[in-house]
Design a binder for this molecule. Structure first.
Ligand SMILES: C[S@@+](CC[C@H](N)C(=O)[O-])C[C@H]1O[C@@H](n2cnc3c(N)ncnc32)[C@H](O)[C@@H]1O
Length: 263
């Protein structure tokens, strides 16, 4: 199996991928009534984008991910930020039944899945998570914006065309961010017996430099397709040439969609 997020890709992820705005973390805390007795699981935690800001709102966070390089960087970030209540577990969605034997029934206030649900068998997963949830706890499936090359703005289509030319592949996969993807998850959450299914949206606008766009692209390229270090300056120049000329920054409208359901 290719380790998509391994090695340098994990480094690009930690450095260039967006975290979540405080309003998104507030919305999670409010919806599930998170407090200092609670434990939260961040499944597909990557380098800790959700686990880290949630840590100081609850008793403990468990970050779980099948990619050791992502977990290592999450643990490094926790240490740098002085976070002492985060535990990092190597594993994926299929390990939830085993996690249940460790944590016990009703032990979790929330399982949060940020930009990672498209890697999982979501219907089986939601069913496996339900016994772990405390009353009033639940599941949040979070989409942190739209991939850089799929946005509707003045530069994203040109980036997509350039990337498709360079990698010789079609880049249509939405990574679970499109409304039709979200409908599937909504339906599966209900089918797993969860209720109060709802969505909170947080939107904001940001300016990206070329470095951030190149770094963001490199954080999403499978590790075995990342240009070699010596070729990366030329890759960056190539992307600059694909983007509209004469600009120092590129405006991104970020839409964070938080789909929630409660036990
Ligand atoms: C795009 S990253 C998301 C990281 C972070 N949650 C965020 O919000 O930015 C997707 C993560 O899902 C992980 N992943 C891939 N397959 C998985 C699986 N079957 N179960 C759990 N996580 C998985 C990857 O290793 C990667 O760290």
């Amino acid at each position: 199996m290719t380790r998509v997020f391994s090695g340098e890709v994990a480094g690009y992820y930690a450095k260039y991928r967006r975290g979540y705005p405080p309003q998104a973390i507030d919305a999670l805390q409010e919806t599930f009534g998170l407090g200092t007795d609670d434990v939260v699981l961040d499944l597909g935690c990557g380098t800790g984008q959700l686990a880290l800001p949630l840590a100081d709102r609850v008793r403990s966070v468990v970050g779980m991910d099948p990619e050791p390089d992502m977990l290592r960087l999450a643990a490094d970030a926790a240490a740098e930020q002085g976070i002492g209540n985060a535990t990092w577990i190597l594993g994926g969605d299929r390990d939830i039944p085993a996690l249940r034997t460790l944590l016990g029934r009703g032990s979790l206030a929330l399982t949060v899945i940020g930009n990672a649900i498209h890697w999982m068998r979501h219907d089986e997963l939601f069913g496996a998570l339900v016994p772990l949830l405390r009353p009033g706890g639940g599941i949040a499936v979070v989409a942190n914006g739209t991939p850089l090359w799929l946005q509707q703005n003045s530069w994203s289509p040109a980036l997509r065309a350039g990337l498709e030319r360079h990698f010789g592949t079609s880049l249509a996969t939405s990574c679970g961010t499109l409304p039709q993807d979200r409908d599937q998850y909504r339906w599966a959450l209900r089918a797993a017996g969860l209720g109060e299914v709802g969505e909170t949206v947080v939107e904001y606008t940001d300016e990206l430099t070329l470095e951030q766009i190149v770094g963001g692209v490199c954080s999403a390229v499978p590790a075995d397709r990342l240009p070699a270090p010596a070729d990366r300056p030329a890759f960056a120049e190539y992307l600059r040439g694909c983007l509209p000329a004469g600009r120092d920054t590129f405006t991104e409208h970020v839409r964070v969609a938080i789909l929630t359901a409660r036990a």
